[in-house]
Design a protein around this ligand. Structure first.
Ligand code: MN
Length: 216
């Protein structure tokens, strides 16, 4: 059943007294919409690929992370919409909570909707999403250039799962520039921290607040 209001599923999955994740209050950005990839060391390490439109961050979990090699397809599972504030969230989600584990802002920037720029098409992000074909130009700190998201439903062997998409690097001057960015640039694009450092900082902050000192 589709949610009745934006972020309903996001709010249902979380208890905000028990997780440092944002509830979501930020207004849509005025200029270029946000693009962000969060590295999430949960039960399985994965990369959450998010694009801002319609007042939320549309989100896909990419188990292997994005490829910079053209035509290399990476499975991207559609997940619940996240609040815009989530784009800057780094921290540790405590055990027992949904998505427990460490979250890092692995790459952040803005994007352009390439299908809106095409002659005779001018597809909005919403239209592209409904058609199961999104094409964006990323302006991230790590990733740049064209990426396509393609829904597999209706494709041979794709099955009925409408959550199943593929993330594909498009062919352009940025293709192949970073050979293996998950390995060569593992740390935060926002704070330079590693997953271990984010975890340590979260633990220190928790201990400080228990000891009566204000958390950082
Ligand atoms: Mn995740």
């Amino acid at each position: 059943m589709p949610p009745n209001e934006p972020l309903e599923t996001y709010h249902e999955k979380r208890q905000f007294q028990r997780t440092p994740e944002p509830y979501g209050e930020k207004e849509p950005t005025k200029d270029r919409p946000i693009y962000v990839i969060q590295k999430h060391d949960a039960s399985h390490l994965h990369y959450d690929f998010r694009l801002e439109w319609g007042g939320v961050l549309k989100s896909w979990a990419v188990p292997k992370g994005p490829s910079t090699t053209p035509r290399t397809m990476r499975l991207a599972m559609l997940t619940e919409d996240h609040p815009i504030d989530y784009a800057n969230f780094e921290g540790a989600i405590p055990e027992g909570n949904y998505g427990a584990g460490t979250v890092m802002v692995w790459d952040i920037g803005t994007y352009r909707n390439l299908r809106a720029e095409k002659q005779d098409h001018h597809e909005s992000m919403e239209q592209s999403f409904n058609e199961g074909k999104i094409e964006v130009w990323l302006e991230g700190k790590k990733l740049k250039g064209g990426y396509a998201l393609i829904r597999t439903k209706g494709m041979g062997g794709g099955g009925d799962d409408t959550r199943k998409w593929l993330l594909v690097k498009m062919k352009d001057e940025y293709a192949g520039k970073l050979a293996d960015p998950e390995k060569t640039e593992p740390d935060s694009a926002l704070t330079g921290r590693s997953l271990e450092q984010i975890n340590r900082d979260a633990e220190e902050a928790a201990h400080a607040s228990v000891a009566g000192k204000p958390a950082r």
